[in-house]
Design a protein around this ligand. Structure first.
Ligand code: NAD
Length: 422
């Protein structure tokens, strides 16, 4: 079967929204292609002395609103069409949440779990050497994404500093606090999604408690799971790449699952209820990633990879709301099916924009030499997320279009008016 191309799907979604947005056909054509894409071949020196050739990419989609901005993913299935789609979504996302950045993304085709820490560091530093010429605080600012973290960003900033001959923390965001990171960056994507969901629940006047299933329990999935649990939502299913846990009656204890996963590595061994964790697989608690998506919940949160809700399983989804915390988890075909079935999708370009918002705060603090406390970061993040949600909601009501189309209309209008001034 031919693998679907997420970039083509993303452009299709944009063109559909563009019919209702004020944007010229030339500008739309411009946005249908990235400005540039760099493919590099890294010669990774393994600990055993052998060399492994590894492919990496950096795509710069658009910079009308500011420097290209977007994460770097380490995954064995990274490919150029995925990175192009992710870079494009960053352009749209930054416009929706109104931060002065364009869209970019990077990826390395590797499973980092197969590498030692020293190999991971060597790989990262070599990648920086290859892409240093096209990144920089005013040009292109990377960040973490799937399987990358603060440590990798610290190596990135350090290597870049060596290349240009001076410290330059603003070249990358998502750094640890001790080397120029921002308070609140790690929790930001989950917290931003939580603010958006709370606004939506209020607008729809949904009766609480609400049942939630979350696919993916990394940075994004674990933070939003814990926040939702703390705020009275019932987390009935969680998963990671190896499978999931499911509690039909009552709720899982997401905080304990996170602690347990740190020790046991896999979520399947962490069936935790009321702070007590089962360390062995419980037949009743097991659920596959596919089945998790089809559970009868109020809110389904894909927080792992793209394309997981597609034309095959969209007819079987039972959730009332899908909050897209992953990038591109719903394909354009599935979008149509879900719309007909009146399942509300909160699009990635709104729901997960908290991460890049706090990345913007981090970059700003680095440039200005400021250090904000956590309270200030959270309050500014909340303002941004609520404002973006309200604007998208207004368009949704006024133009009678779904939330994704509304978010795209908002983004395209902002992009178009900025492009006219350039
Ligand atoms: P992460 O590496 O911290 O976690 C990814 C999680 O997904 C892990 O639990 C992993 O086991 C799971 N996973 C991987 N492949 C899977 C599969 N095939 N099926 C089910 N689970 C799988 O990554 P993250 O930073 O949490 O990113 C998750 C998603 O959120 C990605 O789509 C990413 O692009 C998006 N996102 C992340 C940020 C951020 O700030 N980190 C911001 C915006 C969007």
């Amino acid at each position: 079967m031919k693998k679907s191309n997420p970039f083509e799907g993303a452009i299709k979604q944009m063109k559909k929204a563009a019919v209702k947005a004020d944007i010229s056909s030339e500008q739309l054509e411009h946005l249908s292609y990235p400005h540039q894409q760099l493919e590099v071949y890294l010669h990774l020196k393994k600990d055993n002395g052998q060399t492994q050739i590894v492919r990496g990419f950096r795509v710069q989609h658009n910079n009308w609103l500011g420097p290209y901005k977007g994460g770097i993913r380490y995954h064995n299935q990274v490919d150029i069409n995925e990175v192009k789609a992710l870079a494009f979504w960053m352009t749209i996302k930054n416009a929706v949440v109104d931060v002065p950045f364009g869209g970019g993304k990077g990826g390395i085709e590797i499973d980092p779990k197969t590498l030692s820490n020293t190999e991971l560091e060597r790989l990262t530093r070599e990648f920086v050497q290859h892409i240093a010429i096209i990144v920089g605080p005013d040009m292109d600012v990377p960040a973490p994404d799937v399987n990358t973290n603060g440590q990798i960003m610290e190596w990135f900033a350090d290597e870049y500093g060596k290349i240009i001959g001076k410290d330059c923390p603003a070249v990358v965001t998502g750094k640890p606090l001790h080397c120029g990171g921002s308070q609140g960056r790690e929790e930001a994507t989950g917290l931003g999604g939580f603010y958006v969901l709370e606004e939506l629940v209020e607008k729809l006047k949904l009766k609480r408690p609400l049942k939630v299933a979350i696919q993916g329990f990394g940075n994004v999935g674990s933070h939003i799971a814990i926040l939702l649990q703390q705020n009275g939502y019932e987390i009935i299913a969680l998963s990671d790449s190896k499978g999931g846990i499911y509690k039909q009656d009552g709720a899982l204890d997401a905080g304990s699952v996170k602690e347990c996963k740190k020790i046991n590595k896999s979520i399947a061994n962490c069936y935790c209820v009321d702070k007590i964790c089962g360390l062995s697989r419980d037949n009743k608690g097991d659920i596959t990633n596919e089945k998790l998506l089809e559970l009868p919940v109020d809110i389904l949160i894909p927080a792992a990879m793209e394309g997981v809700i597609n034309k095959k399983n969209a007819p079987k989804i039972k959730a009332k709301i899908i909050l897209e915390m992953a990038n591109g988890p719903v394909t354009s075909e599935a979008d149509q099916i879900l719309k007909k079935r009146k399942i509300m999708v909160v699009p990635d370009v709104l729901a997960n924009s908290g991460g890049v918002t706090v990345s913007y705060f981090e970059w700003y603090q680095n440039i200005k030499g400021e250090k904000w406390d956590l309270e200030k970061v959270r309050s500014k993040l909340k303002d941004k997320m609520v404002k973006a949600f309200d604007t998208v909601w207004e368009i949704h009501k006024k133009k009678k279009v779904d939330l994704r189309t509304s978010a795209y209309i908002l983004a395209l209008q902002r992009l178009s008016s900025k492009a006219q001034k350039i």
